[in-house]
Ligand binder design. Structure first.
Ligand code: SF4
Ligand code: FES
Length: 365
């Protein structure tokens, strides 16, 4: 590593875009990759070894649904063998007792299961799969019996937010030591479905109070992380902890990205692990260096006292809203484009349109 670019903290290994669910806020690209182009087991093992060799500490196995890969247990075992902390981010749906026991035996450190609602009918509707909610509860119990630490991810939006207290109690009852309440972020499929998902300010304020109340109610048993939606914040989040600062993502077909949604950005030529090393991509590629640090920033970011806190917000959101990936994130109240969010918030207050579900190989209808 050079003196100026620190090693990545974590690798996000998007093993596949295949998934039994079709969540309308999926963070995968609008165009999904099919199975035929995915990295092989040996290629993924090499990526994991390279990440460990760069002093990364963690790998998050993600997707799509990472358990759609038949070699998941082998990949976990390999990651453990090269010294990475291993986290599985899963819908839970393809897992069963045998597979969870095999993952535990391979050394998996942690499991995150997403849950869509406390109401089964609405949860299944959001996930686009009948029976998904029931299966998730079963798998959460299996994970707990296997002795694996469990986080429940609650993706919240205007069509489930009014049931948040019951969702939090359900997640605690499933044995989660940590609950992540994450408001949907609007890029990829979520941007396509924004008018169906964006909550009102009143809904958001109520939810924030409910999270605080749950933190008191569940103190000592569960830690609750809370990610608020940028659209209702004064300042943007430090997306990915800053571009090219903490995380790198490898896509199912081997592209190396500074964030999971970066393929949506124009004018960036992303390196591939099939053509070069992970370290070259991290240190030397234009894609990673383009928005790294503060030198690229336009005004008002360039002179702002927050610039090394939020690193100018989110490049994908800036592009999605302004068409310019180098613009100040419009989620920032100091951005000249901030009023774009007011328009979106107004548009989202009408009767929500039907969801557009993600499908392999398809653009939204
Ligand atoms: Fe962050 Fe830029 Fe807004 Fe300052 S102007 S708070 S650096 S997004
Ligand atoms: Fe890509 Fe924020 S999601 S930089």
């Amino acid at each position: 590593m050079t003196d100026t670019i620190a090693p990545p903290l974590a690798l996000l290994a998007e093993l596949t875009h295949r998934c039994p669910l079709q969540c309308p806020y999926c963070s995968n690209p609008v165009r999904l990759a099919g199975a035929s182009g995915e990295l092989t087991t040996a290629e993924w093992q090499d990526v994991l070894a390279q990440a460990a060799g760069m002093d990364a500490l963690q790998v998050h196995f993600s997707g799509g649904e990472p358990a759609s890969r038949r070699d998941l247990v082998d990949l976990v075992r390999h990651a453990v063998g090269v010294g990475l902390y291993t986290n599985l981010i899963t819908s839970g749906v393809p897992l069963d007792q045998t597979r969870v026991d095999a993952l535990a035996e391979a050394g998996l450190d942690h499991v995150q299961i997403s849950v869509q609602d406390v109401d089964d009918a609405n949860g299944d509707r959001v996930a686009g799969m009948a029976g998904a909610q029931r299966k998730k509860r079963e798998v959460a119990a299996i994970v707990q019996r296997a002795g694996l630490p469990l986080t429940i991810n609650l993706a919240v939006h205007r069509q489930n937010l009014d049931r948040l207290p019951a969702m939090l109690d359900m997640a605690a009852g499933l044995g989660a030591a940590r609950i992540e309440v994450a408001h949907v972020q609007y890029y990829g499929w979520a941007l396509v479905n924004r008018d169906s998902l964006l909550p009102s300010r009143a809904q958001l304020d109520r939810a924030t109070e409910q999270v605080e109340a749950a933190r008191v109610r569940l103190a000592g048993a569960v830690v609750i992380d809370y990610v608020v939606p940028d659209y209702h914040a004064r300042f943007p989040k430090a997306c990915m902890g800053g571009w090219g600062r903490r995380f790198l993502t490898v896509t199912p077909t081997g592209l190396v990205l500074p964030c999971h949604a970066a393929e949506s950005l124009p004018g960036l030529d992303f390196p591939s692990v099939r053509d070069g090393s992970l370290a070259e991509a991290w240190l030397a590629s234009d894609a990673f260096n383009r928005f790294r640090g503060t030198g690229w920033m336009p005004a008002p970011c360039s002179g702002c006292d927050h610039r090394e806190r939020d690193w100018g917000g989110c490049r994908c959101q800036a592009f999605a809203l302004t068409g310019n990936p180098a613009a100040t994130d419009p989620a920032c109240s100091r951005s000249a484009d901030h009023t774009l969010l007011d328009v979106a918030i107004q548009d989202a207050q009408t009767e929500p349109p039907a969801f557009i579900y993600r499908r392999i190989g398809g653009m939204p209808a």
